[in-house]
Design a protein around this ligand. Structure first.
Ligand code: FEO
Length: 174
């Protein structure tokens, strides 16, 4: 049995993960429109990951006799200044999610809710990985700089990262 406060906090997280999924889908579409296929594929996969993060909380809440609430759809932005600023926004969004997950862990701790603490460990690890990945992308974008061919090289970097992620998934990671 989960407390009403924890249930509400997890439902807020459902909304946050759902919004991230739509935000990354919107970003993916923008990249596709600009011909940035590597960036498109990366963000499209991230959108699916966020959807999965949302569904995991649905399942958990149902398991512990809580009620998962399907969130309303808040429209994400669909115009972005540049691919550089787009990835900066992704990184900032992931930092926001990490902060929110940490808040959930501390609420679970304060309630001695060991089941939710254990459930959230997966998210703690996932956020560490996602933040590290987004930081790597930002570092590479910075190295490439703003030259005339920069978009081409950024997209090539994202293609390489897509291949690394696919290889890690095939090897059993996430
Ligand atoms: Fe589910 Fe990337 O936060």
């Amino acid at each position: 049995m989960i407390s009403k406060k924890m249930e509400k906090a997890l439902n807020d997280q459902i909304a946050m993960e759902g919004y991230a999924s739509f935000l990354y889908l919107s970003m993916a579409t923008w990249c596709d429109h600009k011909g940035l296929q590597g960036c498109y594929e990366f963000l499209r996969r991230q959108a699916e990951e966020e959807h999965m993060h949302m569904l995991k909380i649905f399942e958990y809440l149902s398991d512990v006799d809580g009620f998962p609430v399907t969130p309303g759809i808040k429209q994400p932005p669909h115009e972005f200044d540049s691919v550089q600023s787009l990835f900066k926004s992704v990184y900032e969004h992931e930092q926001k999610v990490t902060k929110s997950i940490n808040g959930l862990v501390s609420l679970a701790n304060s309630e001695n809710d060991y089941s939710t603490q254990t459930f959230l460990q997966w998210y703690v690890e996932e956020q560490r990985e996602e933040e590290a990945l987004m930081r790597t992308i930002l570092d590479r974008i910075q190295l490439i700089g703003d030259g005339p061919q920069s978009l081409y090289f950024i997209d090539k970097e994202l293609e390489a990262i897509n291949k690394q992620v696919a290889a890690a998934e095939a090897a059993g990671g996430e």
